[in-house]
Write a protein that binds this ligand. Structure first.
Ligand code: 8YV
Length: 306
């Protein structure tokens, strides 16, 4: 019996989840040799462009291993009647946890302290400056979706006052609403970016927002690099407009702009927000469930709906 074909632009992790894909499907890797393929597997930060969709005339399903669809040409997918699925909820805790870890790494100088010890500066009687206590500060969440709310739960549970901004105020939210990024930044000390990427949020964190965050403020981005004006951020760090930044995502990954590599008090990580064995296994399971449902003619478990 011939197995259905899937074009995999990325691997599922851990390896045994990829083995399951390979066991059930004919896995193709070359988009230029996949004209008959109905399903493509891609990542949130990789997506599928209009030019790629045009190479796949038989395409019926874009299965995203992630929650971001900003890199998928949704207009073209809708025009062609191509379904898009994502992996919501199962990665929220991992990404929220990463935001928390990055904020602590920056405010408590953990990453800097690691470099300090390894460089022999502790042994050489050097001094690492004082950190600040994040948990005694107010948190601001920009983007109050699944990940933002999960992060808010963690921060509130640790005793922080939490404020948020989103397109609209959420009824029954346990946290305090601010109408926009500027007023949120003005009223918080640690600003967490969890908003979806795309045109609507492009460079929402600009020089004005960073100035409003203030000289003791820290910004943490676990969402998309596009939400941040990287040049304005580097400038704000260099001039002491804000105290620090911790970034897991960048505009042109895996390339990190030199200005951020050079910026002081800037903790960098290689887009690993959802990269826990637990989250990635659950994400892969949802991908397999969606692909399986497509070929069985069943409703897709987690379709992305605009
Ligand atoms: C992943 C992401 O790094 O969910 C997203 O949109 O960017 C991340 O969770 C990516 O999708 C890798 O699979």
């Amino acid at each position: 019996m011939t197995r259905p074909s899937v074009l995999a632009l990325v691997d599922l992790k851990p390896g045994e989840m990829m083995d399951r894909l390979l066991a059930d499907y004919e896995v193709l890797r070359d988009i230029d040799a996949a004209a008959d393929v109905e399903v493509v597997l891609t990542a949130g930060n990789l997506g599928l462009s209009g030019a790629q969709i045009a190479k796949l005339p038989a395409l019926k399903l874009i299965a995203v291993n992630g929650v971001g669809v900003d890199a998928v040409d949704l207009t073209e997918a809708a025009r062609r009647g191509i379904a898009v699925t994502t992996t919501p909820d199962v990665l929220s805790l991992a990404v929220a946890e990463m935001g928390l870890g990055l904020a602590l790494a920056c405010s408590r100088r953990i990453a800097e302290g690691d470099r300090f010890v390894r460089a022999g500066r502790w042994a050489g009687k050097g001094k690492l400056g004082l950190g600040t206590s994040m948990l005694e500060k107010r948190a601001g969440i920009l983007g109050y979706g699944r990940i933002g709310r999960r992060l808010a739960d963690l921060l509130r549970g640790m005793g922080m006052e939490v404020l948020y901004t989103a397109r609209t105020e959420k009824p029954y939210a346990p946290d305090t609403y601010r109408a926009d990024a500027l007023s949120l930044a003005r009223d918080c000390d640690v600003l967490f970016v969890t908003a979806a990427g795309g045109a609507q949020t492009r460079e929402l964190i600009n020089g004005d927002v960073l100035a409003a965050l203030g000289a003791d403020g820290i910004v943490v981005n676990v969402a998309r690099g596009s939400v941040m004006d990287a040049a304005a951020l580097a400038e704000a760090l260099s001039c002491g407009v804000i105290a620090g930044a911790a970034l897991d995502v960048f505009d042109d990954e895996p390339h990190v702009p030199q200005c951020l590599l050079d910026a002081p008090n800037c903790v960098l990580s290689p887009h690993i927000g959802s990269a826990t064995a637990e989250a990635r296994r659950a994400m892969a399971q949802l991908v397999l469930d969606n692909i399986g449902a497509h070929f069985a003619g069943r409703p897709l478990p987690t379709p992305y709906e605009v």
